[in-house]
Design a protein around this ligand. Sequence first.
Ligand code: ADP
Ligand code: MG
Length: 379
Amino acid sequence: GYHKILEENRKLYNQVQDLKGNIRVYCRVRPFLPGQSNLSTVGHIDDGSITILTPPKYGKEGHKSFTFNKVFGPFATQEEVFSDTQPLIRSVLDGYNVCIFAYGQTGAGKTYTMSGPKVLTEQSFGVNYRALNDLFHISKERKDTFCYEISVQMIEIYNEQVRDLLASDGPHKRLDIRNSSQTGFAVPDANSVPVTSTTEVIELMDIGQKNRAVSATSMNDRSSRSHSCLTIHVQGRELASGVVVRGCMHLVDLAGSERVNKSEVKGDRLKEAQHINKSLAALGDVISALAQKSSHIPYRNSKLTQLLQDSLGGQAKTLMFVHISPEVDAVSETLSTLKFAERVAMVELGAAQVNKDNGEVKELRLQVASLKAALAKKE
Ligand code: ADP
Ligand code: MG
């Protein structure tokens, strides 16, 4: 009897989880860097909202507020940021697909969140490392019931071309995104490396970083103008039944979202900027179409959204970290970043959703009560 109640309760809990939506948006504010004046445009921050102080040209109020699933202030630690990400990691082992993005203008802290600072310490490890570390831990915990295999790929998308950052001969070849019934949308020709420990992962990330640097010969900082994607494939076989579950997680450090002044850049830089604009807009369109439960999701408009097709929408879970810089001269980029993010999150987070949640929770509570009553009658 009791066990059955617990089972029902779990089902209901999962339904509530589902109602909360599969798209989440977290905002993170970078602290001032050494030597910067600390004149900040970030006003009030609480758990779910942030207020930006705006100069007169943005209107008389002098401030604008934005609401997200979570807002991390400048003093949030890597550990705190990750602890709200953890449930997604677990779901990869249960066979879900997950996408985690870092969005924001160059210098706002995307790479810091995903990979950590240049000189790493235990405290400063980013989401990528922590996610894999968790995957290893949880798969060990489950070793009596499941046998897991974990492998990683690392690619970059630059000017709508896909390159392998783990290729042994460097990231020279252009790769194709293919769809197969076995693996769904993937880059089958990119090196896929089985991993069993975080030490191996750190080595691979190092290779990936170096390969990104190799391709940067013509530009001093290509990394801010390409999307890089660490993909983790997980395959778990249930020992008792032999049933296999597959999950996949994409950890994406997006190209800088800053708009370039078209009158100032020409040639290669202009082409790059156009590719970046196009692919970030395509990503925004896909996520907002998903959030609005639209019948047509425009995956085909960019390489990025094609690649992630199986991990955006459906049962997949999406988390976007939106990064902003606190400096005064970044204020217009900050506002356009937050507007993008709000558009992505809007439908999920509107007041209507909150009410619906409360109503549904109440409804589910009633169901639990009546189930309990029915059970009591039977026993
Ligand atoms: P992006 O990848 O968005 O261009 P970075 O992650 O490279 O930006 O961050 C720019 C600089 O700010 C780097 O020196 C980075 O170490 C530092 N930084 C970013 N976020 C934080 C943070 N939360 N705490 C401390 N330093 C940070
Ligand atoms: Mg970066």
